[in-house]
Design a protein around this ligand. Structure first.
Ligand code: NDP
Ligand code: GDR
Length: 372
């Protein structure tokens, strides 16, 4: 009998990689997708199975973390061995705009799932993974951050995730559930949402190189992050549910870079040597020299990075650096892909997209690339 997994957030970055991983391990995978007015399954279209197939291994269910009865019904129908709660309003900046919705989805959504497991009497059968986050450390109290570092959340998103973290611990302690938190530091990939900083940079720079955009407008270039690759991190999510006892783990690379450094890497991958001048709101990224043929639209002296205060947050998390030694020592988990390699992979992916759009534009088609 194959194991059954239920993934919330299956249409997101991590959900898509995790679904692939579990399918490759022979799982029957169920995913919850939201009803949208347009298709939202681009990241999982390649593993989609025709519902008319008899032996389906991958099934999608309409649902929402704000809808209790819907969650109970899906869990009742699927009887999962493992639930991975990856669904969330996951954008920190957006959480300042929609704090209540973020709390409903990210905090209470987690409670709804745990309570559904309990209502259905599945506490001893169903293992539960909660997508916790390095944002819990916010205003950091210790560097590097590890499992015992005190939390100090700095956004409605992080406060909601703090509730989710503790309610997961509480259900483990109260009802003996196998429930655990992965405290994951930032992880990225070519499937990263376009408005998170790494993807905004790789996509924006590729578009600029191809003449589809003029300039990248950024917020805090000094922010420091510990960036890993989503593929490495979903492997750890699965490993956490395969242990004898449930435990919480920090998942990170132990290396830290600035947003400015990530821009320089992306530029380098496109054959652009960039120099930053000025400071604060007047800082600019100027093209110093160019090489190769992926930058037909650029010349030295072009200003391709500017600061826009719109992208500053009401309260910023300036620096995050994780200590993954518990995961390494107890589970043997070691990340395989460095931030620098990941940047190159993302730039290559976005450059192909940009070249495709540029080609269409040259042939008279109306091409618009939106950025945020
Ligand atoms: P994404 O933003 O790519 O995916 C979020 C998923 O949640 C999407 O499938 C989205 O659906 C779904 N979702 C949003 N709101 C709801 C809702 N109300 N009900 C049901 N589903 C909903 O995030 P990631 O894949 O990057 O992250 C996965 C999880 O890990 C998230 O919980 C995130 O907060 C957390 N996390 C992420 C880190 C990272 O660096 N990536 C680090 C630490 C934690 P739709 O596609 O329709 O929008
Ligand atoms: P983060 O990721 O807030 O860490 O949350 P994001 O990529 O949005 O920001 C990282 C840092 O870059 C700075 N920054 C900008 N960010 C964005 N999005 N756009 C900009 O133009 C920009 N300029 C500078 C930010 O201020 C910030 O300091 C991500 C999400 O995936 C969460 O769900 C997850 O929990 C955490 O990572 C760990």
């Amino acid at each position: 009998m194959s194991k059954v997994a239920l993934i919330t957030g299956v249409t997101g970055q991590d959900g898509s990689y995790l679904a692939e991983l579990l399918l490759s391990k022979g799982y029957e995978v169920h995913g919850i997708k939201r009803r949208m007015s347009s298709f939202n399954t681009q990241r999982i279209d390649h593993i989609y199975e025709d519902p008319h197939n008899e032996n389906m291994h991958f099934k999608l269910h309409y649902g929402d973390l704000t809808d209790t009865s819907n969650l109970i019904r899906i869990i009742q129908d699927t009887q999962p061995d493992e639930i991975y709660n990856l669904g969330a309003q996951s954008h920190v900046a957006v959480s300042f705009e929609s704090p209540e919705y973020t709390g409903d989805t990210d905090a209470l959504g987690t409670l709804r799932l745990l309570e559904a497991v309990r209502i259905l009497g599945l506490e001893k059968k169903t293992r539960f993974y909660q997508a916790s986050t390095s944002e819990l450390y916010g205003l950091v109290q210790e560097t590097p951050q590890k499992e015992t570092t005190p939390f100090y959340p700095r956004s409605p998103y992080a406060v909601a995730k703090l509730y989710a973290y503790w309610i997961t611990v509480n259900y483990r302690e109260s009802y003996g559930m196998y429930a655990c938190n992965g405290i994951l530091f930032n992880h990225e990939s070519p499937r990263r949402g376009e408005t998170f900083v790494t993807r905004k940079i790789t996509r924006g720079m590729a578009n600029i190189a191809q003449g589809l955009e003029k300039c990248l407008y950024m917020g805090n270039l000094d922010a420091l992050r510990d960036w890993g690759h989503a593929k490495d991190y979903v492997r750890m999510q699965w490993m956490m549910l395969q242990q004898e006892h449930p435990r919480d783990f920090v998942i990170a690379t132990g290396k830290q870079y600035s947003v400015r450094q990530f821009i320089e890497w992306a530029a380098e991958d496109l054959g652009i040597k960039l120099r930053f001048e000025g400071s604060g709101l007047r800082e600019e990224g100027i093209v110093e020299s160019i090489s190769g043929d992926s930058t037909p639209a650029l010349k030295p002296g072009d200003i391709i990075v500017r600061i826009d205060p719109r992208y500053f947050r009401p309260a910023e998390v300036e620096t995050l650096l994780g200590d993954p030694s518990k995961a390494r020592d107890l589970l043997g988990w070691v990340p395989q892909i460095s931030a620098r390699e990941m940047c190159t992979e993302m730039v290559s992916y976005d450059l192909v997209e940009a070249q495709r759009h540029a080609l269409l534009k040259r042939h008279g088609f109306d091409v618009r690339v939106s950025t945020e």
